[in-house]
Design a protein around this ligand. Sequence first.
Ligand SMILES: *Cc1c(COP(=O)(O)O)cnc(C)c1O
Length: 386
Amino acid sequence: MATPATTGQQIPFNRSSTVGKELQNIAESLLGGQIAGDQAFTRRCQALLEQLTGTRQALLTTSCTHALEMSALLLNVGPGDEVILPSFTFVSTANAFVLRGAKPVFIDVRPDTFNLDEKHLERLITERTKAVVPVHYAGVGCEMDAILAICRKRGVAVVEDNAHGLFGRYRGQPLGTFGQLATQSFHETKNLTCGEGGALLINDPAYAERGEVLREKGTNRAQFFRGQVAKYTWVDVGSSYVMSDVLAAFLYGQLEQWERVQAKRKQVWEYYHMHLADWAATAGIRTPVVPKHCDQAYHMYYLVMPNLDSRQAFIKHLKDRGILAVFHYQPLHLSVMGRKYGGKEGDCPVSEMAGDCLVRLPFFNDLALADQARVVREVRAWGGNQ
Ligand SMILES: *Cc1c(COP(=O)(O)O)cnc(C)c1O
């Protein structure tokens, strides 16, 4: 992670880097001659994820999107069902359930954390609601006490989209262990990566056996390899959600270094916050809110600008100075697909504001201190909406 500063060059928004034994592990995997899924490195990653989060069972998948699709299959989501999810999220949070024929029901987010706003939840649950999908935005926990209480009362499953939140905690409990199911992403933009990858965390044992089957093309192959059945056969629906062990080898190199990665990301986050919070307050710009009972996962640092015009001007100001800052989710209820499900302006006002006003600063595991200083300097040089 000791990359020198990019002196004079452009500072990207994101860049992936090796942090440990990734290359050595890949060589070991290749030389071992078994590079399909569920080999040694996959098992090591899964065991480490289980140990670090306390989940009952972790299954590596080809992506977080696929882990979400597996969740939809496990919950038997189908036509006529409704799934409640924030409008301010990545498309996969919705698509995984829409693929099964369900209707996405968009809930607005809280103005402080941009997490699903639990005060709207009860009102949106109907007898068709199959699941609620909280997204721990920026790795800051949703209000899980309230969400779980409502979902338990109404008999609705919870799938945490924890793509941002690995190693974050809510009231001391790891994110990804609250829902019956939770999903992780190891896409290159996330804290830990193998390029493209993910995991399904199965917290409710009721889904454990079928989870393995769906992931292995609908076969009981996993049971066969454990010697629990004499031969393996087609037992259920399923698909191929298994990650190659070559990628798992890379991922294991990252996972083993999780403490170093998280410490580095904490340093970046705190550096930005220390040097920008006071300035932002005087400039009418909002900085991230992390409630006291949440230990965040240090996934990103963002600013909330006064309006769309100032956000766009600010991005251009930084781009002209060689710094790539980017906006984030455009509200799903106003997307081409979202509108087909009845979404219209004003449905989710906070999501619409966040879509217009939020901007993310460069944030990655080998962002040099000198580059952090350069970002801070150029951000603070912004004179407003000229
Ligand atoms: C990145 C992300 C995903 C998708 O992850 P992939 O691993 O790329 O499929 C889903 N949800 C959220 C909130 C994300 O940030």
